[in-house]
Design a protein around this ligand. Structure first.
Ligand SMILES: [Zn+2]
Length: 151
């Protein structure tokens, strides 16, 4: 028996398939692709065994296509640049979180990701667009900063 439903992706009404009465997503290829991708993501998050299988099959695929990453990087220099940028961002954020953790004088516990630091590094941070980490270096922290942060 068919039933009229509304597709959660494209918001269009559709008639559920007679063979799949539970169908919740319309049959357009794009909506089906999204349904599969969402299922995959959810399954990875919820099922460690499934996640493991996915990781292993990715590893196997990469072993069988050793040139893929390199070719991809060569074909997309921007990708490399973006990755480098993100890694720098992560490194810096980690350093600052460590710094916040190490600093017992200040109560930064409640805001590891929102630590505010002020001072000489500010311009540097500004330049690297660390807006999402919302970091502010306090002048008092400079000595701690240079001790905890070798760079
Ligand atoms: Zn749809």
């Amino acid at each position: 028996m068919s039933e009229t439903r509304r597709c959660p992706y494209c918001q269009r009404s559709f008639l559920s398939s007679r063979y799949r009465p539970q169908q919740e997503v319309c049959s357009q290829p794009e909506c089906q692709r999204r349904r599969r991708a969402d299922y995959h993501r959810k399954k990875i998050a919820q099922d460690p065994e499934y996640h493991q299988v996915v990781l292993e099959s990715q590893k196997k695929w990469r072993a069988q296509h050793p040139d893929y990453d390199q070719q991809r990087r060569q074909a997309n220099p921007k990708l490399v640049q973006d990755n480098r940028e993100r890694q720098r961002h992560r490194d810096r954020k980690r350093r600052l979180q460590r710094l916040a953790k190490n600093n017992l004088a200040l109560d930064l516990k409640h805001s590891a990701s929102e630590a505010w630091l002020l001072g000489p590094k500010l311009r540097d941070l500004d330049k690297n667009n660390l807006a999402s980490a919302q970091v502010l270096i306090l002048p008092l922290l400079t000595s701690v900063a240079s001790r905890a942060d070798p760079s």
